[in-house]
Design a protein around this ligand. Structure first.
Ligand SMILES: NC(=O)c1ccc[n+]([C@@H]2O[C@H](COP(=O)([O-])OP(=O)(O)OC[C@H]3O[C@@H](n4cnc5c(N)ncnc54)[C@H](OP(=O)(O)O)[C@@H]3O)[C@@H](O)[C@H]2O)c1
Length: 289
């Protein structure tokens, strides 16, 4: 008699989700079927439905073939919809904000607004995406590493959007060699083959508009884009209707003043479908457009 497999743990499920999310699928796979099979400690993704698969992605749905323990089930609920997109482009932005919509103090100095669970969530998002993208303001104030450190997973390509080249190359991510790094600027600001520290400089035709930035990245096979701030950058992508999802992690904190999160400079009443997740004291609202 065959022995039933034990319940899958959160770390097993996480490996399968990462393998699926980061597999280089053709852009027309979205409606096809893809299986994730367990191979030793890792996971392998292949086309078609396989009886021994742990996960099967089919037409935007993700089916799990093993029973999951409680933590794994929670991870599956939160992250499966972000993984079962086939080769289609997916653009998700995140901001951690106070109850009154601030993402940092007035000085711009780095300050944790949300708690460690949201930090882990950000690292999970990095691991599930091809690219983590930030605006020049975030690099200038935070000097972030943008690597995956708090969870298991691979570092994405780090992309800094600095249209007018106002950043020097002194920031850590331009020379730490921890992950491939790209500086995107206006086409007229870039010379062919130029480096900024160790980062590749890419000039974007079309004035660095969100659409032009996404087209440039997609042309390089980078279709899963996670935008991690700051407020100006996320607001521009939202205003240009370039986000598939916007995640706002709200901390039970009132700051009174500070750097604004979403600011579109116009009155708008968007009421998207929202998924909610409790991250310890914070609540993550995921808006699905
Ligand atoms: N709580 C959080 O989740 C979080 C996350 C990240 C950062 N932060 C905080 O937020 C602050 C920085 O955010 P921020 O809103 O001031 O700056 P930001 O969004 O990081 O960067 C803004 C700059 O990026 C460039 N840019 C971005 N998108 C562009 C586009 N589509 N087209 C042209 N230019 C574009 C512009 O540079 P130019 O002006 O040179 O054209 C713009 O001024 C810091 O205080 C940081 O600590 C908080």
């Amino acid at each position: 008699m065959m022995r039933a497999l034990p319940q899958a743990s959160a770390s097993e499920l996480w490996r399968w989700l990462c393998a699926l999310a980061r597999a280089r699928l053709a852009s027309d796979t979205a409606q096809g079927v893809v299986s994730v099979r367990v191979v030793g400690e890792g996971a392998q993704v292949s086309a078609g439905e396989h009886a021994d698969a742990a996960l099967i992605a089919s037409g935007g749905e993700l089916r799990v073939q093993r029973t999951l323990d409680t933590d794994a089930a929670r991870l599956f609920e939160q992250y499966a919809p972000l993984c079962a997109t086939g080769g289609k482009r997916l653009v998700v932005a995140h901001l951690g904000q106070s109850l009154d919509g601030r993402i940092g103090p007035p000085s711009g100095k780095p300050e944790a607004i949300t708690g460690p669970e949201d930090v882990r969530h950000n690292h999970r998002m990095r691991a599930l995406f091809d690219v983590v993208l930030v605006g020049a303001g975030t690099v200038c104030h935070d000097d972030p590493q943008l690597t995956v450190r708090h969870v298991e997973g691979q570092n994405p390509v780090r992309v800094v959007l600095d249209p007018d080249r106002r950043l020097s190359d002194e920031y850590a991510l331009f020379h730490d060699g921890l992950a491939p790094t790209v500086l995107l600027c206006r086409a007229e600001q870039a010379r062919p083959g130029e480096l900024h520290g160790q980062a590749e400089v890419i000039g974007v035709k079309g004035g660095c508009s969100p659409e032009a930035v996404l087209a440039e990245l997609e042309g390089r096979g980078l279709r899963r884009i996670f935008i991690e701030g700051g407020g100006v950058t996320v607001s521009r992508f939202l205003a240009a209707r370039c986000l598939d999802r916007l995640q706002l992690a709200v901390s039970p904190l009132i700051m009174g003043q500070g750097r604004p999160g979403i600011d579109l400079g116009e009155t708008l009443r968007l009421r998207p479908r929202v998924r909610r997740f409790q991250l310890a004291e914070d609540i993550l609202f995921e808006c699905c457009f």
